[in-house]
Write a new protein. Structure first.
Length: 79
């Protein structure tokens, strides 16, 4: 009678340990998902800021490519 009770106690303890570990994994996965979501939002915001910052520079580069208002292009590949 001792061995079946011992086996039952060990089985219950093993299942309890697995349950605790599963809860800990679940909590960490939720925390990681929140961090990934926040990082994604920050990357999107940074990309939008970079896009806004480069728009005026693109206009300046385009103006430099066109050259003076003589109608001649300073880009030899464009001829």
């Amino acid at each position: 009678m001792l061995w079946p009770m011992l086996a039952l106690a060990l089985a219950f303890t093993g299942i309890a340990v697995l349950a605790v570990l599963a809860v800990r994994v679940f909590v960490e996965v939720r925390r990681l998902a929140r961090q990934v979501g926040e990082s994604s939002r920050q990357i999107t915001r940074a990309a939008e800021d970079l896009e806004r910052a480069t728009a005026p520079l693109g206009g300046q580069v385009d103006a430099l490519r066109r050259g003076p208002d003589t109608g001649l292009s300073s880009d030899p590949a464009g001829d």
